[in-house]
Design a protein around this ligand. Structure first.
Ligand SMILES: [Zn+2]
Length: 278
């Protein structure tokens, strides 16, 4: 539910995105949904029992998988560690490049797959590890195996990690919440517009998320205090170079949402909070 309402705060599809999205959905034979797909961003929520072919694409027809159907939209993987290990690992390349190569005997096909991944995970298979409400019934080895299912490289490619409480469904479904979503979308669209302006001379990036290390250097200067805080976080949390860049990109986006021209210490500090800790 929370993930589904996430789509309502995303910026509306551009004309180019609408055409792309409609094309993909008609290739996949989802003609009846292609009309709706041109208006809203796709939201795909495959079950954790889904096969490699269903998720990534391929098969006899080398058809697009869920990750391609989620292009320009949201791919929601509930109970992420319950997915097959080879499926989880196969997400690494598309998360990186926004594309997926699907091969079959006749040759290989290149499909777009630039989605926002929203994934959930419990602390353990039964869901109650470290809870004060109920006792966890899992064996320690089960808990470790479950946690390990999301490998370091995959976790490293997820920008924002948040520990969430069980959210009251009624509050989420209330009209108040709808009005709030609309207000948030306006802020998101404003932040997007300032990013487009920032990158108007660039060919490769039009959003903060897609900045290269060179562009991060050029567009995201940090003051001394922020630099020091980031350096301390990298050392104490043992963060990768990727995570270092990720934090700056997230901080840039937080600053954009606040319509702040410069990245401040508070933006960097908030972005560090979203990194996973051991
Ligand atoms: Zn448990």
């Amino acid at each position: 539910m929370l993930a589904q309402s996430f789509v309502s705060i995303l910026p509306r599809l551009s004309e180019k995105e609408m055409i792309e999205t409609a094309k993909i959905h008609s290739i996949a034979g989802e003609l009846e949904s292609s009309a709706a797909a041109t208006l809203t961003r796709p939201f795909r929520a495959p079950h954790h029992s889904a096969s490699h072919i269903a998720l990534i694409g391929g098969g006899k027809e080398a058809g697009p998988g869920e990750i391609t159907l989620a292009h320009n939209g949201v791919l929601f993987l509930d109970e992420f560690p319950e997915f097959q290990r080879n499926v989880i690992e196969a997400l690494r390349q598309p998360m990186e490049s926004g594309k997926v190569i699907v091969s079959r005997a006749a040759g290989s096909f290149n499909y777009p797959a630039r989605f926002i991944l929203v994934a959930t995970k419990n602390p353990c298979p039964c869901g109650w590890y470290r809870s004060d409400q109920r006792e966890c019934v899992c064996a320690m080895t089960q808990i470790i195996n479950y946690q390990k299912k999301i490998s370091g490289p995959i976790a490293d490619r997820i920008d924002i990690h948040i520990e969430a409480q069980k959210v009251d469904y009624e509050r989420l479904a209330s009209p108040d919440e709808e009005a709030r979503s609309m207000a948030i979308r306006k802020r998101v669209e404003r932040a997007r517009a300032s990013q487009e302006k920032r990158f108007q001379k660039e060919k490769s990036a039009h959003t903060n998320a897609r900045m290269s290390p060179r562009q991060i250097k050029a567009y995201c200067p940090l003051d001394k205090e922020s630099q020091q805080t980031l350096k301390n976080a990298v050392e104490s949390l043992k963060l990768s170079a990727r995570a270092y860049h990720k934090i700056i990109k997230i901080a840039r986006t937080i600053a954009d949402l606040e319509e702040s021209e410069n990245i401040g210490f508070n933006h960097i500090a908030e972005a560090i909070q979203y990194q996973p800790r051991g």
